[in-house]
Each structure stands twice: as C-alpha cells, then as structure tokens.
Design a protein around this ligand. Structure first.
Ligand code: S3P
Length: 453
C-alpha cells in the first residue's frame, strides 16, 4: 500500500534523553498517580459513540490518551478540555461517525489503535490507522482475524498484518462467538466494540479473564452486557448489538499500573513510607499487589470504597525485606504490565523469583521479556529466561547501564526505580516515552525524595 512506505509517526523527534536513577534517601510522602490509562481510553471512545455529552474527570493526560482524544475528534466528536483532567465529549451516536481525511495516528498506543479498529468496524466508514515505529512492529492480526470474520474489509495493510492499515466498517456486521486465542483485553474489547454494530449477540469467550473495563463501561453507557464464568479462570461475555449508548459521567481512578513504580520504589529504598491514594483496585489489575504481599511487602490497604463501579483504595507502603516467590502463569493477565517493575523488586529480594507464562510480554511496546533480561544483564543481576519464564536471583544491586529502553515507557521507569536502591545508580538510554503513560513520573518521584538526573 502507498502509505506503508511512509515514515512512522513520532512525537519524539529530538535526540534520546538519557537519565539515571541513583541511590536515594528514604522516600516519604503522599501522591496520587495520574488516571488509569485503560479507563481513560475507554471513556473517550464510548463518549464518541454516545448520544449527548460525556463528562470525564481525572483523565490521564498522557500522549497515548491524547492521541485517542484526537482520533475521536477526527471521527466527528466534539472533544474539549475543560481543566486539569477534566474533559467533555459530545458524541456522534452509534451511527454518526464521519470518515477522517487523514490516517488516525495512535503514536505508541496498542490500546488506542486496537480498540478504535474494533469501534470503527461496526460503523459504515473507511478509516486509516497508523502509529510510531514501536506500534508498527506490533501484531494486528490478533484483532483483524475476528473483525474480518465479522465482515470488516481490510482495504490496505502493511506486510505481516501490521500498521499502517485501512479498514472499512459496516453497520450490519455478523455477530460472532469468538474465543480469544491469547489472553488480551484489547482483542476482547475490539470484538465487543465491533459487536455494537452487529445485530444479535456478539459473544467473547476468554479462557483466562482479562481486565474488564470495557464490559463495565459499556454497561455504564447503557449497553446490555452479560458476563458469566467460563472454566476455571475464564469468562463468557455476551453483548446485544445496536444499543443506544447514552453519555455518562466517568471519574477515572488512579492507575494501579503507574502506582506500581512509586510502590516498588518505597519497598526497595530503606526507610521509605509512602501513601498512594485513590488507586483502582479492580481484581483483574491487582496481581502485582498480591505477588508483592507474598514476597513479604508491607502494603496496607486503607479506606477501601466503591466509586463509579470500581473499588478504590489508598495504599500505605513501607520499606520491606522481600523474598523471592513463584508467580503462577494464571496470574499474568492481572499484572501483565507490571512484570518489568516486579523484576526490579525481584532483583532486590532474597532468593529466586520465578515468573511463569510471560509469552504476551514479547508483544508489548517492546519485547519486554528480552528488554528486561538485557536490562538486568546490564546491571549485573543474575537471571535466566527459560521458554516463557523469567527467573531473577536477588541480592545487593550494584547498578549499571545504560539500559536500552526500546521506545518502551515501562522499561524506562522500571530501571530508573531499580537505580534508587542500587549502589552506583542505573542509567537508561531514553526517558521520552514515559510521557505516553505517566507524564508526571519525574517530578512525582523527585517529590518523594528519589534522586533521578
Ligand atoms: C490494555 C490491555 C493490555 C495491557 C495494556 C492495556 C487495555 O494489553 O497490556 O497496557 O487497556 O485493554 P493486551 O490486551 O494486549 O494484553
């Protein structure tokens, strides 16, 4: 296709920005990390499809979500920033999308592009999708397969079923029953969003339950969604097509995946005592907290409450002597984004931490299994990769680097955090991509006392 030869997008044209996390004094204080990324994307997307207005508070204003906001505007929604994290979306309704003149550019974000591909599939428009060099490397076949089965046309596509690509949707797709071949909330969500444009029932079956924000928020916007258990760890989700979605208020809780960084920092830096407030405690997102507690972490869950359909709590975290544990593969979907920072905690723990079933880490913003292993090697930490398992042997951390971050925000943040508990510091080659998910990471960590320069 013609646009396949064009350059990938990049909001980071300048030279790479290296940084070093250094041995830090005790971290102290209280912070609220930014809004949850998964919920933020979905609030905008459902706002686009809803009639009337959607008011969002606490929206994550990171680059990934801002790209989704731009895409919603390009498809016809009126998207307005009213203040800090406060946004208003005037939707076009489930039949009102307009075809954008330019390709929608999702930068670094797999969630943004995959969910939007599903959403557009159920609408009678032709839309081109693109992203940065990292996103262009990521697999889109996992989403295209079910969408094509439902009747969407792939008009153009780069080699290997990757971006850039163009889809033509239809408001009379075929409702299907789809068993996801990999545990992926993005694939599940893409099929459900396409199912909005299919008469009858679209059913997604997952062998291992993944984050359920799409199901919860679709219900909140007025769709008919039924969720039943399936097997030992899975779910069966049934959506009735052609609902009338109505704008609804969304208050985005703090992102547990971003909180993971100051949380692990507090655990590994001696003397630390940190309070993380307003964290979303959705059980399909809290695998890291469970694992760290098993490792001996002093994490106190305070003030648990229900807000906007999600359990929210404050976490008090104190420095702890961690010991290695085995993390079972079935826990992976509930902590899929947290393995890089768990590896940092494991490097500081006593004994071996065995993380099983990490195949999905290979297709994130980078091949995270390789990037974590290489980063640990650059810091002189004993580890091995056996198939899809990562085994880290903890002990005193000397430090090192530079760690190659491969356009991956979580690799950059994880190794900076490890540096805070090291003798000589850990440097990373580029911190620019941290802005995709946690734009306030540096000032927030420094505010707690972390030395990062
Ligand atoms: C997300 C799903 C996960 C996760 C990503 C956000 C979502 O990806 O890694 O950061 O919001 O649906 P997969 O669905 O590919 O596992």
């Amino acid at each position: 296709m013609s646009s396949a030869s064009s350059s990938p997008s990049s909001s980071h044209h300048g030279a790479a920005r290296p940084a070093t996390g250094r041995k830090s004094p005790a971290l102290k204080g209280q912070v609220r990390v930014p809004g949850d990324k998964s919920v933020s994307h979905r609030a905008l997307l459902f706002g686009l499809l809803a009639a009337e207005e959607t008011r969002i508070t606490g929206l994550l204003e990171g680059e990934d979500v801002l790209n989704t906001a731009k895409a919603c505007a390009a498809l016809g929604a009126k998207v307005e920033r009213l203040g800090d994290g406060e946004w208003r979306v005037e939707g076009v309704g489930t039949r009102g999308l307009s075809a954008p003149a330019e390709p929608l550019d999702f930068g670094n974000s797999g969630t943004g592009v995959r969910l939007m591909m599903g959403l557009v599939s159920g609408q009678p428009v032709s839309v081109a999708f693109d992203g940065d060099a990292s996103l262009r490397r990521r697999p889109m076949k996992r989403v295209l397969d079910p969408l094509v089965e439902m009747g969407v046309q792939v008009e153009e596509c780069a080699e290997g079923q990757r971006l850039p690509l163009r889809l033509k949707g239809s408001a009379s797709l075929k409702a299907i029953t789809y068993e996801t071949p990999v545990p992926s909330a993005q694939v599940k969500s893409a099929v459900l969003l396409a199912g909005l444009g299919a008469p009858g029932e679209t059913i997604v079956v997952e062998r291992e339950a993944t984050r359920d924000h799409t199901e919860r928020m679709l219900t909140h916007f007025g769709a008919d969604v039924r969720v039943e258990p399936h097997g030992a760890h899975g779910r069966r989700i049934t959506l009735s097509g052609h609902p009338a979605l109505k704008g609804a208020p969304v208050d985005v809780p703090a992102d547990p995946s971003s909180a993971a960084f100051p949380l692990v920092a507090a655990l590994i830096v001696p003397g630390s005592d940190v309070l993380l407030t307003d964290l979303m405690m959705n059980p399909l997102r809290t695998g890291l907290f469970t694992t760290l507690k098993e490792m001996g972490a002093d994490i106190e869950i305070l003030n648990e409450r229900l807000e906007g359909g999600e359990t929210v709590a404050d976490l008090r975290v104190r420095h702890s002597r961690l010991r290695g544990v085995e993390v079972p593969p079935e826990r992976a979907p509930a902590m899929i984004d947290e393995y890089p920072v768990l590896a940092a905690a494991a490097a500081c723990a006593e004994g071996e931490t065995i993380m099983r079933g990490l195949a999905e880490l290979r297709v994130k913003e980078s091949d995270r299994l390789a990037a974590v292993a290489d980063g640990l090697a650059a810091c002189g930490i004993t580890h091995r990769v056996e198939g899809d398992d990562l085994i880290v042997t903890g002990g005193p951390v000397v430090g090192g680097g530079p760690v190659t971050t491969h356009m991956d925000h979580r690799i950059a943040m994880s190794f900076l955090i490890l540096g805070l508990a090291s003798e000589k510091g850990v440097s990373v080659d580029d911190v620019a991509f941290i802005a995709t998910s946690f734009p306030t990471f540096m000032p927030m960590m420094r505010g707690l006392g972390a030395v990062i320069d």
